[in-house]
Design a protein around this ligand. Structure first.
Ligand SMILES: Nc1ncnc2c1ncn2[C@@H]1O[C@H](COP(=O)(O)OP(=O)(O)OP(=O)(O)O)[C@@H](O)[C@H]1O
Length: 662
């Protein structure tokens, strides 16, 4: 993307397809370079990615099998976050201001670059490379300055889905529950939604959420690769009505699905849940892509809370498949690409072999939409961002640790003035003056029109970062050291060379030069989706195990895991109710005891009432203990089923056909 001007790159949000699937390859890490690992992934922009898998025959000779995939767009290791944003996420921001619900998923194995893409690499505020969250926030607040948006406000929520449960990252990781209301809308009860008015506040809030994400109480749930992180930015009218919503989902490591059959119960539970949610996600996106009447959003908590992002013509979704480059992650890379490929099967006519973008780059079509302006919402909050969150938490007397979170120098308010952030693009943009409400409300019943969005995004502040591309690429690295810079430079040069050299894919020349490699005849390899069966043991969310007995076992196991997770939820809420009832009962008993001591009291009446109260308590205890016992039985069954599954799978692997049979 070097050299592409912002104007050339602008993609009109109204022209976006419902689903886009893009691939982003990360560069080699220093560790991988030190280990002399091979780079086995080649991206042929704009749409093709080729993975060279090293295989072994029974006679131990090695050969390469090439896997070709085609997506809406692929990006190699040379792409910076800024350029990636302009190509992939900025069109979503444009669609957001047309009133769409837009969603960006980052999918891939642990360490493939999901967080790097969404959050940017770790770094102090001076040298922080922004990820998609902040780049989008930057544009959102630039667009919010438009006169037509004066009666709208921006809200942010940030939560995590771990083992089928929702945790509010802006409220001390408090457990919250999703409920479907009478009009079948899914609401997360009690989820913190903070009003934000600037990029700086957005940064503070995200940073706060992330700090509570990494301070989990157990080693297991503090591992971010085991949970999905959902960041939602909502634009609401002043009367509280939702106008548009942008959701970023940093998905759990895709390889975690394989943990469904681990030896530890905890690991199995969340492995099964991750597996289930990634499968359900794929089905929901496919349903959206194919405009199906039924969307199976009830398949998992993840898809349930994102229900409104899967329905309606205005929903726009981008799935980013992050992949690693090396031979050691080859299997996971293939699984990621297969998953992404199934999310949206590109129709033949969309498989572009030319070098042009599939998407229209610019539109003159100015689509206007009508919005009713209503009187100011009286209950509008005064406090915004972190101040609102902290105020809220203080009011609720939430744990000390959260409210007294140490502010890092980088994110302390005041340190974050636009001019000082050091974030490429923030501070360099045009100054847009916001008209007073009375003036803008004379403007009529309009929102931001497409031409205006185009104009603002073209000139947007983050566009200033285009001039810093080289710096960004250098800083988008692992250890920020000189070696890594050199390596990245070399990688970038390589990528450019490859791009130039390869309008057609030459299997022979693009094969890694290594003595152990022996080229297998490229017979079937021109075709796509070679060796495309899902493999259970790989960690790829699995659809159907190879054998029907295994399939039955897996289905039963899934059901049992669902049941256990439900039992856990029910037990916690039943226990809560029991405690409340017990407190009331104790108060009543205390009253009875007081009354029976008064002169002339009816002792027989006292005994009857006491018996009633004790019986109710006893029934409560028995009911909870029965549920505990049934829970233990299911846990045992799940363990047996899991080891039976594992044994059968191993047996099947033993009798797997010889490679030569293919
Ligand atoms: N495009 C990139 N350019 C430079 N470095 C990258 C890129 N993508 C990823 N990295 C680096 O690779 C390492 C792993 O990336 P990251 O933490 O984003 O992976 P992840 O998929 O989010 O893993 P997890 O699931 O564990 O959160 C990090 O050091 C990150 O900075």
């Amino acid at each position: 993307m070097e050299g592409a001007s912002q104007a050339d790159s602008y993609i009109d949000g109204s022209k976006l397809p419902k689903i886009r699937v893009v691939v982003r390859k990360r560069p080699m890490s220093q560790k991988e370079i030190n280990k002399n690992e091979q780079d086995v992934v080649e991206c042929f922009e704009p749409q093709t990615v080729v993975v060279k898998e090293l295989k072994e025959k029974v006679d131990l000779t090695k050969y390469i099998e090439e896997h070709h995939f085609v997506f809406d767009q692929v990006f190699d290791e040379a792409i910076s976050n800024q350029d990636f944003y302009v190509q992939v996420v900025q069109p979503l921001v444009s669609a957001l201001f047309l009133g769409s619900k837009v969603t960006c998923f980052a999918y891939g194995q642990t360490g493939s670059g999901k967080t790097h893409t969404m959050m940017g690499p770790p770094g102090d505020s001076e040298h922080k490379i922004p990820g998609m969250y902040l780049l989008a926030a930057n544009d959102i607040f630039a667009l919010m300055e438009d006169d037509s948006m004066s009666d709208f406000s921006v809200y942010i929520s940030f939560y995590e889905i771990y083992c089928g449960k929702l945790y509010d990252l802006l409220n001390g990781r408090k457990l919250v529950h999703a409920r479907e209301n009478a009009s079948q809308k899914v609401k997360i009860m009690g989820l913190t939604e903070a009003q934000i008015t600037s990029v700086e506040e957005t940064m503070e809030v995200i940073d706060f959420g992330l700090s509570s994400r990494t301070t989990g109480t157990t080693a297991m749930n503090s591992d971010s690769s085991r949970s999905h992180a959902v960041l939602q930015i909502a634009i609401k009218q002043d009367n509280g009505k939702l106008f548009g919503k942008m959701s970023f989902i940093d998905l759990a490591g895709s390889e975690r699905g394989a943990d469904a059959f681990d030896s530890k119960k905890e690991t199995r539970m969340d492995g099964a849940e991750i597996n289930k949610s990634l499968l359900a996600l794929k089905e929901c996106i496919r349903a959206l892509d194919q405009s199906k009447k039924h969307t199976p959003f009830r398949g998992s908590k993840l898809t349930m809370v994102l229900k409104d992002s899967f329905q309606g013509n205005k929903c726009k979704t981008v799935m980013v498949a992050n992949i690693g480059p090396t031979i050691s992650c080859c299997e996971h890379t293939l699984n990621t690409l297969r998953y992404a490929d199934r999310v949206k099967e590109l129709k033949k006519e969309n498989r572009d072999t030319s070098n042009s973008l599939m998407l229209p780059r610019q539109s003159n079509n100015s689509k206007k939409y009508e919005l009713k302006r209503k009187n100011s919402f009286e209950g509008k909050k005064k406090l915004t961002g972190m101040a609102a969150i902290q105020n809220n938490m203080e009011n609720k007397k939430i744990s000390k640790t959260n409210s007294s979170r140490p502010q890092t120098a980088a994110y302390t308010k005041g340190n974050l003035s636009r001019a000082k952030t050091g974030i490429p693009g923030i501070g360099g943009g045009p100054t847009l003056t916001k008209k007073p409400k009375s003036e803008s409300s004379n403007a009529g019943l309009k929102g931001v029109n497409q031409n205006r969005i185009h104009q603002l995004l073209q000139n947007n502040p983050s566009g200033a970062a285009a001039t810093m591309n080289k710096k960004i690429v250098h800083q988008d690295n692992f250890e920020n050291d000189i070696d890594v810079e050199r390596r990245l430079d070399a990688n970038i040069e390589n990528a450019h060379r490859m791009r130039k050299e390869s309008n057609t894919i030459d299997t022979e020349s693009s094969m890694p030069k290594h003595s152990m490699y022996q080229q297998e005849p490229a017979s079937s390899q021109q075709d796509y989706y070679i060796d495309d069966e899902p493999l259970l043991e790989t960690g790829m969310p699995t659809e159907e195990p190879v054998d029907s007995d295994l399939q039955d076992l897996k289905m039963n196991h899934d059901k049992l895991v669902d049941l256990i997770l439900k039992e856990e939820d029910d037990l916690i809420s039943d226990h809560h109710k029991f405690i409340e009832n017990t407190i009331n009962s104790v108060k009543e008993q205390e009253k009875l005891r007081h009354e029976v001591n008064l002169p002339g009291s009816d002792v027989e009446d006292y005994i009857i009432n006491l018996d009633r109260l004790l019986l109710t308590m006893q029934n409560g205890i028995s009911s909870i203990r029965n549920n505990i016992s049934s829970f233990h039985t299911h846990i045992k069954q799940e363990k047996d089923l899991s080891s039976k599954f594992y044994t059968m799978q191993m047996e099947q692997a033993d009798v797997a056909p010889d490679l030569d049979d293919y």
